[in-house]
Design a protein around this ligand. Sequence first.
Ligand SMILES: [Zn+2]
Length: 460
Amino acid sequence: MKALLPALALILLAPTVSAAPPSPQALMATAAKLRDQALTGDNTAYATVESLTTEVGQRIAGSPAAKRAADWGVARMKALGFENVHIEPFPITAWSRGAESAEVVAPFPQKLSITGLGGSVPTPAGGVEAEAVIFPTYRALLDAPMGSLTGKIAVVTQAMIKFQGGDDYGTLNANRRAGPSEAAKRGAVAYLLRSLSTDDTRLPHTGFMNYAPDAPKIPAAALSTPDGALLDNMAKRGKPIRIRLLLYSSSFPAEGFTVSGEIKGREKPDEMLVIGGHLDSWDLGTGAIDDAAGIAITTAAAKLVADNGRPRRTIRVYMFGAEEIAASNIAFAAMHQAESAKMVVGAEADFGGDKVLRVNLPPGAAETTFGKDLADVLSPILIRPGPPALNAGDDFNNLKGVPFFGLRQDGNRYFDLHHSADDTLDKIDPAQLNHAVAAWAATLYMIAESDVDFRATMPK
Ligand SMILES: [Zn+2]
């Protein structure tokens, strides 16, 4: 009996021998099971959105609410069974909205519905009042000669078009991001744009902007879409339009907080799937679709995979802390570029809570047996392979050398709500949210449980 003990101890202490991945048939069968569990499951994702929007609400980076959101994220991840849950702080320049208003002073005095753009400087106390120059397109503003807007308020009224993929946001994004500095270079004292929005409510949509280093910093705000149309109609009358704009915003140094948690891999813990959504939101709504939904989808999908048993590879989930002001991407790459070789794949859910339409794998992967097997698992829930994923969402865009995938969601409603006061819990459709979880869970499981190597299948 005594002689047996050392031998037994040796067996117990011996490291686990790496086993082969399940057969493709077994892999697909379990992925399909997880997919179906998500569709009919316990609504973990919806409960997560409900909890974050109710218990924290708006959580713009650098605000006390953003810190409360990070503490919420830690508690949530621990409650869902994640390991190594911690906060990664990083320095940011925070922005805070103050009182804001705008009105047409002449020729037809009336109020306008506006909201300041994130990052905008304030107006002087009492506001700025000037003649407005209305541009029907952003290109028309760029075509205006230098000096032609001296002392004026530049207004771009170009409407955003509703496409299912949300593509027009990319087309018009420079209008918001760069428009203020382009107007300032031409002499403007303030900048207004028709919101990058596909809705028809009088709620304006905010969003981040960057000042160019070689232009004066001028205050910038978004008009609601009906107010953009209103100014178009006024411009047709041919009389000078005078506008007064008041923005009492401020910028200050602060801290951002990204929350990290893991499901440790049972056989290949050093091979990681790195996914997430962003925890920060704009300050107008409660950040339900942008991006409590992404937080909810990724954590619920990883939990579903873990509930089936520890996967072979590690799944690491991030709640990024400052996506809207383009800061958590820089901090993430600075902190984690050194371990990028361990990252099997990266992906961010940041396109609302509606159903998934396409699975976009790293270049070359859709044509492999693995890619075709995954497509077969997702086909019954009406998801088709899409174009190769060349990025993974804003928070991954500073990270180099990592293959990315994307589960592209239906964007029909997204830009009706995005960055507006209407981004609230009631816009979340639990069935569609579960559909997104189903797609993520099946995809995560297939990648985490197999030996698929996306770097090997990428065209050189
Ligand atoms: Zn977002």
